[in-house]
Design a protein around this ligand. Sequence first.
Ligand code: SAM
Length: 253
Amino acid sequence: MSVNPEALEPLRLGAASLGVTLDDAQLARFAALCDLLLDWNTRVNLTAITDPAEVVTRHFLDSLTCALALTPDERLHPIALLDVGSGAGFPGLPLAIAFPRWKVTLLEATGKKTRFQEAAIMTLKLTNARALNGRAEELARAPEHRGRYDVVTARAVAALPALLEYCLPFVRQGGVVIAPKKGELADEIIAGERAARLLGARLLDPIPVTLPPLGDDRVILAARAERPCPAQYPRAGGAPLKRPLGVEGRKDK
Ligand code: SAM
């Protein structure tokens, strides 16, 4: 099933309202990504969204909202970005298409999803993106990745405390973790604030996303790394999920 050029219009307009200009070549790459995703999705379970118009809004445009956490000036830099738990490449692939100066690394634990990411990078000739297969808790211990990224994104990977424990060890001092989120977040934000402090970071004010095609229950949460992340994080053996940092009643809080 091929994406209708009209279905790309909400993406072009939505991106423009985020301050992101997409030219025809970039829109053609988004169309090719949509085709590839829906083709692979008939064989490999990559996404529950199968309508091309919804792929365009709920995957592509939603991914680009991460840019709201960066100023127009910051977006011009050759940002080193890591997308943790990238799945079928979201938000990392749309960000790599929209910001060709950025160097985007996609990290995913499931091999078949990494293989899709590699196929997408090759098909779209995305020379500014690469795909890595592995778990965040393990890769974060490797010197070539620890503290090396300006921006780390994670969408739909975990609640904020575990997500920050996965992501902050990768961030350089002064860099940010960006997490697009939906729904009721009050408790998650309170625990996330405590977790961020333990991890050497500060949670920033939530940024509301007000893009008509996406509905109004989305926010961008971000945390800025103020000091190097303490060496004991991320904890091994599933601890970030089983004993989340900053959650009331835990001895880690
Ligand atoms: N970020 C994508 C998106 O928004 O479409 C995928 C979201 S999917 C619900 C969560 C993904 O995170 C899964 O593909 C899973 O394999 C991956 N994941 C979960 N924990 C991970 C970890 N610790 N390290 C690497 N990948 C992880």
